[in-house]
Design a protein around this ligand. Structure first.
Ligand SMILES: Cc1ncc(COP(=O)(O)O)c(C=O)c1O
Length: 392
């Protein structure tokens, strides 16, 4: 039994950790130091706001320390590292905002919005009415003038920007005035682009009219899997007070230790990391386009984020491509988003993006036997086994 379990973990470490070329934009790798903190004594411990548990002195200190760095990195008045995932951060925020009214606007899943926010997800559970932002699939962005009209007619009590398929900064600044006109608050689900925002290389929602930025800490942000909320003081303190016991009881202090270290890494190395992630995404998109892949938004330079989108029309078509790539140990999802967070963290630059595009071409367009492509994928990945943009 023991061996079976250990062998599964070893196989995962070898395949996904060492051999595969991971282009999933929702994933990343931690530094070895951050990863090692997941196994620290904090992994076994509880704390509680009402001081029910003794023995929490260092966890309390860690929480203060982590929040302090988070506030600095994101220039936020309030930070909370307790949400256990991006989805839970969304849930905390929607529940808070829903008290102001039952109508809100966000990006539709059809346009790349996060399905967990929509009718089958949190909006359905909380019985909220949603209007989608009018959206241009061609430009992969919210249509500002049409959105202003919908805001005036629909009179939402809040707007949530951000999306899963996000390639360009969204019109937060442009729509903040219209939102204010109907007394709507603006929030930003930065799950995908958090690392780029932390590095100062994407839009800065908290300076553009959003009162809160929230989401996952493990996509373009290279922390452990988890969530974060950053907000202004007026709303942030109220949200903080509601988190426990309603949404998070045990906050997983080992995760918060790792997140705190990732925040410190981001403070020091975030600018260089985020700018290389974006350069790599553009370079990969361009090289794929030249190889004949259907990359979206050529007229806009493909992307300004950590991902580019290959347009295969449907997830079923996308799955065919994703499976073919998987046979060659190149990992993408069925939306065929190609993300550059992990390859950048491993130290790859523009030259390697051309190599990746060529490998993808051989697997998908030339339909070369996958074993041959896989060998060359392994040659490339074995040169990039370490995490960069970290202290040691
Ligand atoms: C925009 C957006 N928000 C929230 C989430 C949920 O994040 P998590 O997987 O951390 O719960 C996702 C997941 O992909 C997402 O894309």
């Amino acid at each position: 039994m023991l061996n079976e379990i250990l062998n599964l973990v070893k196989a995962q470490e070898k395949w996904r950790g060492k051999q595969c070329l991971n282009l999933i934009p929702s994933e990343n790798i931690m530094s070895p130091a951050a990863r090692s903190l997941l196994c620290s004594d904090f992994a076994h411990r509880y704390t509680a706001r009402d001081r029910f548990y003794m023995g929490t002195r260092f966890a309390d200190e860690l929480e203060q320390f982590g929040e302090k760095i988070a506030k600095k990195v994101f220039k936020a008045e309030v930070a909370d590292l307790r949400p256990l995932s991006g989805h839970i951060a969304d849930w905390i925020m929607l529940t808070y905002l829903a008290e102001r009214g039952d109508r809100f606007m966000c990006v539709s899943p059809e346009d790349g919005g996060y399905p967990g926010m929509w009718q089958n997800g949190l909006a359905g559970v909380l019985k909220l009415k949603i209007a989608a932002f009018p959206f241009s699939k061609k430009d992969m962005n919210v249509l500002v003038e049409q959105a202003k009209e919908v805001i005036h007619k629909f009179r939402p009590s809040f707007l949530i920007f951000g999306a899963s398929l996000i390639t360009f900064p969204q019109a937060v600044k442009e729509l903040a005035g219209a939102a204010c006109g109907v007394d709507a608050l603006v929030g930003y689900d930065g799950s995908h682009v958090l690392g780029l925002i932390a590095g100062g290389q994407f839009q800065d929602p908290l300076r553009e009219g959003a009162f809160a930025l929230f989401g996952s800490t493990h996509k373009s942000f290279f922390g452990p899997q988890g969530g974060i909320i950053l907000a202004d003081r007026e709303h942030g303190e109220v949200i903080k007070a509601r988190i426990c016991p309603a949404f998070v009881d045990n906050a997983h202090w080992n995760r918060i230790a790792a997140l705190t270290l990732a925040l410190a890494e981001m403070e020091k190395f975030g600018k260089a990391y985020a700018s290389q992630v974006i350069k790599n995404a553009k370079a990969l998109a361009e090289a794929l386009y030249e190889c004949g892949f259907p990359v979206r938004c050529a007229h806009r330079g493909f992307t300004q984020s950590h991902q580019a989108i290959l347009d295969y029309g449907s997830y079923d078509q996308g799955r065919v491509v994703a499976e073919r790539l998987q046979q060659a140990d190149i990992i993408v999802d069925c939306a065929v988003r190609v993300g550059t967070c992990e390859v950048t963290r491993r130290g790859m630059k523009e030259a390697e993006m051309s190599q990746i595009a060529e490998l993808m071409k051989r697997a998908v367009i030339d339909k070369e036997p996958s074993n041959r492509v896989k060998k060359d994928v392994a040659k490339l990945t074995c040169e990039f086994q370490n995490a960069e943009y970290c202290f040691a």
